[in-house]
Design a protein around this ligand. Structure first.
Ligand code: CMX
Length: 136
């Protein structure tokens, strides 16, 4: 696959409202979008750091993947998202052919009008990995 850059770092939080002052008032970043991804049961807040984005992820339901992760003691960076130039569908197929366990067999819609697909952390040296590209 052809990865061009890190698109964003996903950061899991209990409450976006509670952590935003740290990112905005201490780090001097600014939140430019808040969006709910109903499919993933998360509310997201985006901040830009140069070309890379931070995606704050707050669970909207107790069975959200983020709620489960926080419950198990997860803190800080939840996933790393790479932008792929040759398409998420192709990248997922390639990863699978290299024995990587897929969470998503095919791309699905994520926040920010992106198509996304996740690789399972158990087959990616412990990092929950997202591949993404702008939706066409
Ligand atoms: N990073 C690294 N490891 C993680 C992890 C993460 N974010 N989340 C779970 N794991 C590990 C667990 O610690 C556990 O490891 P152990 O077995 O050693 O304890 C293992 O993965 C569990 O795997 P599982 O039983 O297959 O799955 P879970 O039910 O715990 O769910 C996961 C984990 C990654 C499959 C699930 O969270 C998922 O499908 N994630 C993709 C979707 C997602 O994260 N959506 C939220 C963001 C959406 C967005 O950005 O728009």
């Amino acid at each position: 696959m052809k990865i061009s850059r890190i698109d964003h770092l996903g950061i899991g939080v209990e409450s976006i409202e509670k952590v935003l002052p740290y990112f905005e008032n201490v780090l001097g970043l600014s939140c430019y979008a808040i969006e709910e991804v109903a499919d993933q049961k998360v509310k997201t807040a985006f901040l830009k750091v140069g070309e890379v984005k931070l995606e704050l992820l707050e669970p909207t339901s107790p069975d959200s993947p983020i709620a489960k992760w926080l419950e198990k003691g997860g803190k800080g960076v939840h996933h790393v998202a790479f932008a792929v130039e040759d398409g998420v569908a192709e990248a997922l197929l390639e990863a699978e052919s290299k024995e990587i366990r897929l969470i998503d067999k095919t791309p699905r819609a994520g926040a920010e009008n992106m198509m996304i697909g996740f690789l399972h952390p158990k087959s990616t040296v412990g990092i929950l990995t997202e591949l993404c590209e702008p939706a066409k």
